[in-house]
Design a protein around this ligand. Structure first.
Ligand SMILES: Cc1ncc(COP(=O)(O)O)c(C=O)c1O
Length: 1001
């Protein structure tokens, strides 16, 4: 038996004697102590801690004292509960195997995984962390017991010990940075010492924070561990320590750390005094931590890991130190203060109307036209790539007009015109991108002179010559009468016209420079970009456009410059569409069963090919919508609509060449037995009509259909849609409807035997068959491709029994399947009636029924068939154009190629994942079945829901389908490209590795 085993047996006996607890013991990793997990037969779990030999009792007394106090005061705090021994003690002394005395204590185990191992770290989790740390601090403030834990090197009020150890660092540049940090600390130490001191946790690092998951995958902070570094310090030190570790943890960064701060501030408000010193405390903690690890690494000078981490730490600390003011501005903003001290005074000063600004340009601006460059302005046509001609004609004015009139562009407007790489924060088209305009544009003639509205000093002057950049750019620092500085930014000037150098002073009304031409202004239509800023740019960077996620900060850091121009700030500010108003309207004026997708619904303002753009210009990859068959907003269709609506849009009671055009084009795609078309408004109406045709033709009503099928929302369509009528509160099955299982290769379902029985039953009851209706590839049932021969068998039997076969090709038709134009071709069957919908109008409402002369003749029984909008001139032209585009752009071929690339990737993911049970599909019609167990094939409903929502977070849209909603439905527009498939596959692979799917379910 090895030593550890003997130890385990020994301590198990001690715990059994002293605590009366027994069960399975598992050894846990620990640097100095012996830690075990004890699992009782009833499932209760405990942590048994045997302290290191030299552990002082005062160390334990202090922890026990505060833990017991906090648990009593605030039982909801996620901190460990101490289990008393049989004698009522919080810890016991017991001899180890060498007969040395050890302290031993037992804690209730908190379930969760370490924050450092969690992926992704979400905003919600950070918010929760902030709130819980704040609650801990609030409770700690009430803890006044006289404890005396041993002092420790992590006390953030006493970091100066690292000065003596700086030589350990071996890097002179880093030494300088650390000295700078300590000097900064000395500047704030008095203010720090004047803040009230409490016993605080003092080591809120990612190893001491545990994360749990709710059943929907939402992460929450489940545990705050290890009170061994308690220190009497101001609570802001806890905030700083936690922030420091968050900022260095991969995958977090400033935006998530800010969520932590927001959560904290909402429970335990952080004062301005505390915010003043927060940054210095964070950076000091990082410096202490860095020096400490350098001391520890001294023994391994050649360890490459240590060398790499020195270089990384240097860069990181350098960026942090340089960003002090900027970080502080962000901290202040998240805690509801103006981003810089005196910020409100600047705004008041500028808005009081007494300042008397010198006009920035000579021409009056009061009546200048305000233009829109927002998401409804259709500029640029390709939202990922503005063309040169679009960029030089943003206002859409003629040459003459632009000489005569001034146009103004809005503040805080979301725009898709910023398509250069520098505006992107990631590589994919769906990655974060800066879209929100932080200034006002003044579109004035080339060469227009620009004057400074107030006196000031040039602090930055540069020629930013990259495409779509600022061109000639100047920043001037001004001061309020009380000496508070603020900045005005002038972009798109002619660099040769810039009159002043950095450091030079300008008087009010001095000429700064002139509006530049497209060759020197970044390639734009001549205009001035005017912006205000309350603080300095981040490391010499002065963004004129921000990421929509950061708008709260940037709109305060760069307030509306309208007053400098003497124009009305309200009129020049973009009025954002309020998503919540739209949601409220849904609730108030629409029926509750009109569902929205996703926990956080999406407001979509633009589409282009396979991309969707929300109200702020965030791009989503559309892997879900099959209606925009040839891609969203296809220009050929848009142009056609524009033209036709100016000509005529009438109905089928009159002749129009469009009817001939579409019918011929459509029939050319069918086998020769199909000769007649009917045009209607939707897939539902088409199925409704198809059922009428079949019933009239056969004179019979009884219909057979697949389980879980869906054919539309009209009465008859619902009656043949088990997906709807079987739901709780559904209308139930009508006696003329007969349901057979939906084929399913993955679950071994073959309904062939059922059709024979049902047809016999119908006959035995003296009834006759109307027909069989199904989707050729059942989609709602879970993106199913029926096993070869099943549909053939059913069709044969139905036809022998005198029934008509209706193929609902709403989801599968028109080239989606790659090698096949329709699903029935792949299944080698010949339907009597085919129903088309959704994709045929690319978003315009049109459906079609295609059938044989024989069936159409029987239907022509003297009663007129008329659908007012079905077959309108415009609808016919649009549908014809869709079919033409599928041919011209070889979209069927593209579906085949992209489909096979997608398939390879999905199959590879399946091999590496225990969650993917099945990957099935063809062309661009795919289903990925998520399961919990390969043996039982238990559906992974919550897992699939989690994946779908996480992909949405990553801005990729897929759907959920199947009786258990556990099948990811992938059905993009056929214009899909290779790059986007790659992004999707990699995002999907990342989601599959996330903690909730690995450890949380
Ligand atoms: C297979 C199938 N048939 C018919 C319909 C009904 O089409 P619509 O909603 O256009 O009426 C749908 C809609 O989802 C469908 O998926």
């Amino acid at each position: 038996m090895d030593n550890i085993e003997t130890e385990k047996i020994h301590w198990a006996q001690v715990v059994s004697d002293r605590w009366n607890l027994s069960g399975q013991y598992k050894i846990l990793n620990s640097e100095f102590d012996f830690n075990f997990e004890l699992i009782q037969s009833n499932g209760s779990k405990f942590i048994v801690k045997i302290m290191r030999l030299d552990c002082e009792k005062s160390f334990l007394d202090a922890q026990v004292s505060i833990l017991e106090f906090l648990k009593k005061d605030e039982s909801a705090l996620p901190i460990p509960k101490i289990i008393k021994s049989v004698s009522g003690n919080s810890y016991e002394l017991a001899a180890d195997l060498n007969n040395d005395e050890r302290i031993i204590w037992v804690l209730e185990k908190i379930e969760g995984i370490m924050l450092s191992n969690v992926s992704p770290i979400s905003k919600n989790l950070m918010l929760d962390l902030g709130k819980k740390v704040a609650s801990l601090d609030l409770a700690s403030k009430k803890f006044t017991a006289d404890i005396d834990p041993p002092s420790n090197k992590w006390d953030l009020t006493k970091p100066l010990w690292i000065r003596d150890n700086i030589p350990e660092i071996l890097d002179p540049e880093l030494e300088l940075i650390i000295n700078e940090i300590l000097d900064d600390f000395l500047n704030i130490s008095d203010r720090l010492n004047h803040l009230p001191h409490y016993w605080i946790h003092n080591d809120l690092n990612d190893q001491n924070l545990l994360v749990g998951f709710l059943s929907n995958g939402q992460a929450f902070l489940s545990g705050i561990l290890d009170f061994g570094d308690l220190s009497k310090s101001p609570t802001i030190c806890n905030v700083a320590i936690c922030s420091a570790y968050l900022l260095i943890l991969p995958g977090i960064g400033l935006n998530l750390q800010l969520e932590f701060l927001r959560g904290y501030h909402s429970i335990n408000p952080i004062s301005e005094e505390e915010l003043d010193i927060l940054f210095t405390l964070i950076i000091t903690r990082l410096a202490v931590s860095y020096v400490n690890s350098s001391i520890m690494a001294k023994d391994k000078p050649d360890d490459p890991y240590v060398i790499i981490s020195q270089r990384d730490s240097k860069n990181f600390l350098w960026h942090m130190v340089k960003g002090k003011n900027f970080f502080t501005a962000r901290f202040r903003n998240i805690c509801d203060l103006p981003p810089v001290k005196g910020g409100s005074e600047v705004i008041e000063y500028l808005n009081q109307g007494k300042v008397g600004f010198h006009p920035i340009i000579r021409q009056p601006l009061k009546d200048a036209k305000i233009i829109s460059l927002d998401l409804e302005s259709i500029i640029p046509i390709d939202p990922h790539s503005i063309t040169q001609s679009e960029a030089i004609n943003l206002t859409g004015r003629s040459e003459l007009e632009s000489q005569r009139s001034i146009n103004l562009g809005k503040y805080l407007e979301p725009r898709l015109i910023y398509t250069a790489k520098d505006f992107r924060l990631g590589a994919g088209k769906n990655s974060d991108r800066r879209t929100i305009h932080l200034g006002i544009d003044v579109f004035a003639p080339l060469g227009t002179e620009i004057f400074t509205p107030l006196e000031g000093e040039v602090i930055h002057s540069e020629f930013c010559d990259k495409p779509l950049d600022y061109g000639g750019f100047v920043v001037i620092e001004h001061r309020t009468p009380n000496g508070i500085s603020f900045f005005s930014l002038f972009g798109h000037l002619d660099p040769k016209s810039l009159r002043f150098k950095v450091g030079e002073r300008l008087g009010k009304g001095d000429l700064i420079g002139k509006i530049g031409s497209e060759s020197v202004n970044g390639g734009w239509e001549p205009h001035l970009h005017l912006q205000l800023a309350l603080g300095l740019g981040q490391e010499n960077n002065w963004p004129g456009v921000c990421n929509p996620d950061d708008i709260k900060f940037w709109s305060q850091y760069c307030p509306n410059p309208a007053t400098l121009l003497g124009i009305n700030p309200g009129a020049i500010t973009f009025r954002k569409i309020d998503k919540n108003h739209l949601i409220q309207n849904r609730i108030k004026s629409f029926s509750g069963n009109l569902k929205l997708s996703y926990k956080d619904p999406i407001l979509i303002m633009r589409g282009f090919k396979n991309y969707l753009f929300d109200e702020s210009g965030r791009c989503y990859l559309d892997f879900y919508n099959n209606v925009p068959h040839v891609g969203h907003s296809h220009p050929r269709i848009a142009d056609l609509v524009n033209k036709q609506l100016r000509l005529i849009n009438s109905n089928t009671r009159y002749l129009h060449p469009s009817q001939k055009k579409l019918s011929e084009k459509l029939l050319s795609k069918f086998p020769s037995s199909f000769e007649v078309v009917f045009f209607v408004n939707s897939g539902s109406e088409a199925n409704e009509l198809a059922l009428r045709l079949a019933k009239t033709y056969t004179g019979n009503k009884d219909f057979v259909t697949f389980d879980h099928g869906y054919h539309g929302n009209t009465n008859a369509a619902i009656e043949v849609s088990p997906y709807k009528f079987k739901k709780p509160n559904g209308i139930g099955k009508q006696d003329w409807v007969h349901v057979i299982d939906c084929p399913n290769e993955f679950r071994d379902v073959d309904p062939r035997y059922q059709i024979t029985k049902i047809l016999n039953d119908i006959q035995a009851q003296g009834r006759s068959l109307g027909g069989f209706i199904s989707e050729t590839f059942p989609s709602v049932a879970g993106q199913i491709i029926p096993q070869p021969g099943i549909l053939q068998h059913i069709y044969d039997e139905v036809k022998v029994a005198g029934g008509v076969c209706i193929a609902d090709e709403v989801q599968t038709g028109l080239g989606r399947l790659g090698g096949y134009y329709f699903g029935f071709e792949q299944q080698k069957i010949l339907p009597d009636i085919v129903v088309l919908g959704k994709p045929i109008g690319n978003g315009h409402p049109i459906g079609a029924v295609v059938t044989t002369q024989e069936i159409a003749k029987a239907f022509n029984n003297g009663i007129e068939f008329f659908s007012t909008f079905g077959g309108s001139d415009l609808s016919c032209l649009i549908a014809n154009e869709v079919l033409e585009i599928v041919d011209d752009e070889m979209l069927g071929e593209n579906a085949k190629q992209m489909g096979s690339f997608l398939e390879k990737g999905l199959v590879a993911l399946k091999l590496g994942s225990s969650l993917i049970g099945d990957v099935r599909g063809m062309g661009l019609f795919w289903g990925v079945e998520i399961i919990r167990n390969f043996e039982t094939k238990e559906p992974g409903t919550s897992e699939a829901n989690y994946i779908c929502n996480r992909l949405r977070d990553k801005r990729i849209l897929v759907g959920l389908e199947g009786p258990y909603e556990n099948i990811l439905k992938i059905r993009p527009p056929l214009s899909l490209i290779h790059d986007d498939v790659k992004i999707f596959l990699s995002a999907f692979a990342d989601v599959l590795k996330e903690s909730y799917l690995r450890d949380g379910t």
